[in-house]
Design a protein around this ligand. Structure first.
Ligand code: FAD
Length: 822
């Protein structure tokens, strides 16, 4: 009988435990010793946030396998609280320091390293405060729970908007804490493209999360029972606990000290058989560098699936089986309250970084048949090679069904499929589960149409960069215009298109658009065959919104905030009139719900309430805009899970008096056109605005031409601009602090004098006046046409600003009794 081997495994969780179990299945005779410095092995680290949230009620459920069960079932000698402090590759031994007892050495024939990755802890002032937590192990989780309970915590800060940061944000909100989520980048979930996470930003804010993007934590300071998270010079958030989730770093010190090769990305270098630079040592999981399936370049991808598979492969190879790892594609999913985002393969930004020429399509189909209750829209972005249509990556965001689509696409990518193959995939379908044309098929149709030259696509990211020879053609219906409109558009509803061809310019390229890109595709086909030059706006208005919708202001963070009535909530809102017209718009995607609402409003009697339910994610915002624009009264608007419910009272100008008064909630209204950017004039505008707001006026300031510069942020934003736009940006004042006086400016002396006098008299300086105005509900609307002319982008302006065109101004001015021009 051959002498039995000894296999030693360092790290007993995902990769290590998989390796141990597989080794035993393949080699009944071997001695298998699994060492972990922690008190548990084979626990569900992915489940930790869900236990904190309360979703997984029993802590023991996280212990997938105990040491005793490993011993009993697999005859694996599990040694917890046993840290490996050194490896001697020449002697084939490891040095072990147990928590109790004397250090010892162990001989191995084969060694598997699965030490994982450690949370990054930057050397910031105050970082060692015990109220700052990372989440990696069960003891970490216990400490967080203990802190929440013992401090009766009500306020938390999560630093980092990756998977763990997002899951912890949701968990802490579920436990009733106010949560600030601080992220250095302009987006959460860094591996995804920025427009694909825009719904997540909305979702976080809708659930009362204080979301701070592009914000750096500069340090921590103890403040009594709390810790202050410092955000630059004068800003800090006090919290009972802080969760630090800014990424992980491969644990490679043991391997490095043993002379194993460490790669440029900081992970242990392994070959396809997971063997390190030492022939008797294998390494798996978060600690290793893996080859990217698409680019072939090395990277570190800390995910549980790859770690488990690699553990199995290492065991196969150790036991003499042919097996090799086939690269990582980063397939991942994360839930953020009622939304989920999933992805596989390259993002658009990663493809650009890698220099891979790619094309993309956006589609916004329903997760299952629209006529079956509960359907909701998802947004899917598909990336493919510009020439042959080979799949490169995909991302999906929505309430339901994103996992299924991304999993299908992950398999298709593995199989080397193209967008043409997606057209032919046969996927399971019955109304509760999908559609006869699944979103994956649908994305394939759209991409293949583009590649075959049936339609040319226009990138929604470039919507503000239309050339002089291009014109937007909106083919949505009349009723959709309050929601689906872009500045400078021509409007011809699709159904009238053939009759109105003679009204369209033949010397320009028409960029057709509608809500999601389907009807505008039909328009494009008609126009192309009628001899027009035409492109279809990729993903329609929905994709434009995803690209440029600002992060919304955070509503109050009470747990009920996400479902609290947003407007007009009063006696009428709390009672359900018997004659309310029930409208089920679930399953309809934008603009379906508002079209359905319009039909219902047309049928309803004046004063009657329409109670509508919709699952379209944009409905919560759209309903406010629609009611404002049409004058009907929004009684309340709330979300339960993925269903948004709103109640609207039909108004009638003839009966109720001027519709405008209704729109003003009976309040007087004032508009000021701020044309000038003279410091004193802008101050005058804000003093009037603040005064009017305190007197109960509904105030709108409409900033046009030079006036826009008063609303610029102090710091430049990272935006793409033409040379001319950059010059404009350079020459014009950057924000309220930089404006000059209309007279007596005297190189700033006059302005300093005015500021001094204002201070003496207790008048706030201009930035303070602006903040007071927005706090008092004054609307700041910037003219989109002026922005376009002067090359200002939304990101360069204050968060509180809304965009609007002449129609918006006239809409507000029409309802106001006082209109001023400054
Ligand atoms: P680990 O599972 O981290 O195990 C490493 C073990 O090695 C640790 O127990 C450590 O104590 C031990 N160790 C290290 N050095 C030594 C030493 N010198 N001596 C003895 N023992 C040592 N991935 C997903 O795909 N989906 C998810 O939803 C997901 N959610 C997550 C949520 C959280 C909170 C966390 C922390 C991770 C999550 N992950 C998720 C990532 C996933 O858990 C990891 O990718 C996976 O566990 C990596 O496996 P591993 O074996 O490489 O390392």
């Amino acid at each position: 009988m051959p002498q039995s081997k000894t296999y030693v495994i360092i790290g007993g969780v995902a990769g290590g435990a998989s390796a141990a179990a597989r080794l035993r299945r393949l080699d009944e005779q071997a001695a298998i010793i699994m060492l972990d410095r922690g008190p548990y092995v084979s626990f569900a680290n992915c489940g930790l946030p869900y236990h904190i949230a309360g979703d997984i009620a029993e802590r023991d459920k996280l212990l997938v396998m105990t040491p005793e069960r490993f011993e009993q079932r697999l005859a694996v000698d599990v040694r917890t609280r046993s840290e490996v402090t050194a490896i001697d590759p020449a002697a084939q031994t490891v040095s072990v320091t147990p928590a109790e007892g004397e250090p010892y050495t162990l001989h191995y024939d084969s060694l598997v390293l699965s030490p994982g990755a450690a949370p990054v802890r930057p050397p910031l002032p105050g970082i060692d405060d015990p109220r700052i937590h990372a989440l990696r192990t069960i003891p970490d989780m216990d400490r967080i729970l203990d802190r929440i309970d013992s401090a009766q915590a009500s306020r938390a800060v999560v630093v980092g908007g990756g998977y763990i940061g997002l899951e912890m944000t949701e968990a802490l909100r579920q436990r009733d804490l106010k949560v600030s989520l601080i992220e250095l980048l302009p987006q959460v979930m860094a591996p995804a493209d920025p427009e694909m996470v825009q719904p997540l930003h909305q979702e976080l804010v809708a659930h009362g999360v204080d979301l701070r993007l592009e914000t750096a934590v500069t340090g921590f300071a103890a403040r009594g029972e709390r810790v202050a998270v410092e955000l630059g010079e004068n800003a800090a958030i006090e919290a009972d606990l802080v969760v630090l989730a800014i990424g992980v770093k491969p644990e490679v010190e043991l391997a490095r000290a043993a002379g194993l090769t460490i790669g440029e990305r900081g992970g242990i270098v392994v070959d396809a058989q997971m063997r390190t630079s030492d022939p008797a040592i294998w390494a798996v999981g978060d600690a290793v560098e893996v080859e990217d399936l698409i680019t072939g370049t090395p990277g570190v991808v800390p995910l549980a699936g790859p770690a488990n598979r690699q553990g199995r492969i290492a065991a196969d190879v150790i036991c003499g089986r042919e097996s090799s790892y086939r690269g990582t594609q980063g397939t991942a999913i994360c839930r953020v309250f009622s939304q989920a985002i999933a992805m596989t393969g390259l993002s658009e930004k990663a493809a650009h970084r890698a220099g891979i020429a790619c094309d993309k399509v956006y589609v916004h189909p329903l997760d299952h048949a629209g006529y079956y209750p509960g359907a909701s829209q998802l947004s899917l972005k598909l990336l493919y090679a510009s020439g042959d249509g080979r799949l490169l990556g995909a991302q999906a965001v929505g309430h339901a069904g994103v996992d299924k689509r991304i999993d299908v696409l992950a398999v298709a990518m593995r199989a080397g499929m193209t967008v043409y193959d997606l057209e032919h995939l046969e996927l399971c379908y019955a109304p509760p589960f999908g559609s006869a044309k699944d979103p994956v098929n649908y994305a394939g149709f759209v991409a293949a149409n583009a590649l075959r030259g049936d339609v040319a696509l226009y990138d929604p990211a470039a919507i503000d960069a239309l050339g002089d020879d291009q014109v937007l053609l909106n083919v949505a219906t009349e009723a959709e215009l309050p929601l689906i409109s872009l500045p400078g558009q021509l409007h011809v509803p699709l159904d009238n298109l053939r009759q109105q061809l003679d009204q369209l310019p033949r010397d320009k390229e028409l960029v057709t658009f509608c809500a999601s890109g389907l009807r505008s595709y039909l328009a494009c086909r008609t126009l192309t065959q009628q001899g027009f030059r035409c492109r279809n706006l990729n993903g329609g208005m929905k994709a434009v919104r995803m690209h440029r919708e600002p992060v919304p202001a955070t509503p109050p963070a009470s747990p009920a905030a996400a479902s609290a009535p947003r407007s007009g909530a009063g006696a009428t809102a709390s009672t359900q009139p018997d004659d309310a017209l029930q409208v089920d718009a679930t399953g309809l995607q934008c603009p379906g719900p508002v079209l359905r609402l319009k039909q219902a409003v047309d049928q309803a009697a004046t004063g009657q309430v329409i109670d509508i339910r919709a699952t379209d994610p944009a409905f919560g915002q759209d309903i406010h805009a629609w009611c404002h624009s049409t004058g009907h009264e929004l009684l309340d608007s709330e979300r339960e899970g993925n269903v948004h419910r709103a109640r609207i009272r039909k108004t009638d100008p003839e009966v109720d008096g001027a519709a405008m008064e209704l729109r003003c909630d009976g309040r007087k209204a004032l508009t000021i056109v701020v044309f000038s950017n003279d410091y004193d004039r802008v101050i005058a505008a804000f003093i009037i605005a603040n005064g009017a707001a305190t007197m109960g006026y509904r105030v709108t300031l409409f900033f046009t031409f030079w006036g826009i510069t008063a609303l610029r942020r102090d710091r430049p934003a990272q935006v793409r601009k033409t040379l001319m736009e950059r010059m404009f940006g350079f020459m014009l004042p950057r924000g309220a602090r930089k404006l000059a006086l209309s007279q007596m400016h005297m190189l700033g002396m006059g302005k300093a004098m005015i500021n001094g006098i204002m201070k003496q008299k207790g008048v706030e300086p201009l930035p303070g006046l602006i903040a007071s105005a927005t706090d008092a509900g004054v609307k700041l609307v910037v003219c989109t046409m002026s922005m376009d002319l002067m090359g200002f982008k939304r990101e360069e302006l204050l968060d509180e600003v809304e965009e609007g065109g002449v129609a918006t101004y006239l809409d507000r001015a029409g309802e106001a009794g006082v209109n001023l021009f400054i």
